[in-house]
Design a protein around this ligand. Structure first.
Ligand SMILES: Cc1ncc(COP(=O)(O)O)c(C=O)c1O
Length: 369
């Protein structure tokens, strides 16, 4: 089978551990086990037998996840996956076929974009508009929907802009999905990392054919657990679970156990409050820095440890990123890898001093070029 390269992940995989300053990460600096479990729990963890566990996730963890989406959700609506990446993979593999058409938000993470195209699915990219505060124009959405449209795919909060979808736009998407009977797939892995500390509205339950994918890698600062989930109707969950038998069988038992502890409401709030404080602090620093860098314009994001900076110099996003990487050992991601030229993405979730030192090198680079 021929498949497209996932430029964003490929470039990160190759260089994120080689550069002095990796500002290509979109999550918050990872937590340690000792910071999230009590002493008793840490001892319990050391004495765990390493079972397979439940292939769809333990009932305890599925209940914690279901609770995050309100009373209408039960453990039957949740499948635990290996990161939200696997959740996205399962959603595409179980609901779409070659020749189907999907509408896809750009700029974006592009996992679903490349994957779907590799399987012969027609992907119609629909841009967010910066002048609308990185929102979709709902009329534009209505104009490109056809009877062949099987799914509308969104990322909210959005990667790479850090924008939140307006309630009116969300209502518009749901209306279009209801009228056409198509699926809505909402990647909400950045939900919980809002800068004002208020979790944004989820698409979960918006229609019978809505899928929400998320996980612990971003807002929860726990990418090393490789823990995600997919939420939807029981029929969808059973189908996704059947496909999950072929992918990873199940998530590591220890990750499932740790996640079920930390997703208890008050503990999960504590982690999200840490995220909010850290992001606000670093973002203020980043915005102050950007005022002295005419080569870039930064729009304040509303969520996530990322900002999509406009390039004010005649250089492509890849040229900027490759030159910066090779001459100043700082890694960013190129707008091109997110489906939109003319921008580069900064991740600012690492410790303050680390971000500051990386930004100093970006200043030196911008002065030189
Ligand atoms: C929008 C989006 N979805 C999914 C993923 C995959 O994350 P994970 O599998 O760690 O949950 C990422 C990673 O950057 C992302 O940005």
């Amino acid at each position: 089978m021929k498949f497209e390269l996932f430029d964003l992940e490929r470039n990160q995989s190759l260089f994120e551990n080689e550069v002095d300053y990796n500002l290509s990460e979109s999550g918050v600096h990872p937590l340690k086990i000792s910071e999230i479990l009590t002493d008793d729990e840490q001892r319990e963890l050391l004495n765990k037998n390493l079972y397979y566990g439940y292939t769809n996730g333990t009932p305890e963890l599925r209940q914690r996840v279901a609770d995050m989406y309100g009373d209408t959700f039960s453990i039957e609506n949740v499948l635990i996956t290996s990161g939200s990446a696997e959740a996205n993979f399962l959603s595409i593999m179980t609901q779409l076929e070659s020749g189907d058409e999907i509408i896809y938000m750009v700029p974006n993470y592009l996992q679903i974009y490349h994957l779907a195209r590799s399987f012969g699915i027609i992907v119609k990219s629909l841009p967010l508009h910066q002048e609308l505060g990185w929102q979709w124009d709902v009329d534009e959405l209505k104009s490109i929907v056809t009877p062949k449209t099987k799914m509308i795919v969104v990322c909210n909060p959005n990667n790479p802009t850090g924008a939140l979808m307006n309630p009116e736009v969300m209502d518009g998407v749901i209306e279009v999905a209801r009228e056409t009977g198509c699926w809505v797939l909402s990647d909400e892995v950045y939900r919980g990392a809002e800068l004002d500390g208020v979790e944004c509205r989820s698409f979960a339950g918006a229609t019978d054919k809505t899928i929400v994918n998320a996980g612990l890698s971003k807002a929860y600062s726990l990418p090393g657990l490789r823990l995600g989930w997919t939420v939807g109707s029981e029929t969808y969950i059973n189908r996704a679970w059947s496909f999950h038998d072929f992918t990873v069988i199940n998530v590591a038992y220890l990750s499932d156990w740790v996640a079920s502890k930390i997703l208890e409401y008050s503990r999960r709030r504590k982690i999200l409050d840490r995220t909010k404080d850290h992001l606000n602090h670093n973002l203020n620093m980043l915005c102050d820095w950007a005022e002295h860098v005419p080569a870039l314009t930064i729009t304040r994001p509303e969520a996530a440890a990322i900002t999509f900076a406009k390039l004010n110099i005649p250089m492509s996003s890849e040229e900027f990123v490759f030159n910066l990487r090779d001459n100043f050992s700082v890694l960013l991601t190129a707008g091109k890898w997110h489906g939109m030229e003319g921008f580069v993405r900064f991740g600012y979730g690492t410790p303050e001093e680390y971000v500051r030192s990386g930004l100093d090198r970006v200043s030196d680079f911008c002065k030189k070029y």
